[in-house]
Ligand binder design. Sequence first.
Ligand SMILES: Nc1nc2c(c(=O)[nH]1)N=C([C@H](O)[C@H](O)COP(=O)(O)OP(=O)(O)OP(=O)(O)O)CN2
Ligand SMILES: [Zn+2]
Length: 141
Amino acid sequence: MKQAIITKVFKFDAAHHLPGHRGKCARPHGHSYRLEISLRGLLNMTPGRSEEGMVMDFDDLKKLVNTAILEQIAGSDTFCHQGGMDHNDLNALTGIRTTAENLVHWIWERLIAGGVSEEMLYRVRLWETENGYVEITQDER
Ligand SMILES: Nc1nc2c(c(=O)[nH]1)N=C([C@H](O)[C@H](O)COP(=O)(O)OP(=O)(O)OP(=O)(O)O)CN2
Ligand SMILES: [Zn+2]
């Protein structure tokens, strides 16, 4: 049975700060985040289907991620009226200390809550700047 890992890249702008940080990140500032979402799974082998030969259609993955975390937060009364991560204050939106490490775990949880298959979610990688990223896979969960 053939498997593959597929990755879709997203970009969003957001504000955050790290209370108590020893440096500049204690003050409110913004990042142009780059988010990479990877799924691992079997290739669909049903002849004639639109998804034949795919793990998941890239377009479906894009819609899931946009709805689950970026443009609006689906599936929760707490979040759905606050928009998504794009053009938002991540401290206010998430209620967590918004290190990139904490954010990738938050993103993982929101993706699962938003309908992404837990079995298929393979890696979440978040670039905070052009030079620094954090990633988690199922091993870090
Ligand atoms: N392990 C972590 N360290 C830092 C985090 C983090 O989330 N995890 N976050 C910050 C700040 O958010 C800060 O905005 C980014 O810091 P830094 O990478 O030092 O910023 P630069 O603009 O200097 O980044 P370059 O990659 O050198 O352009 C701090 N540390
Ligand atoms: Zn920052």
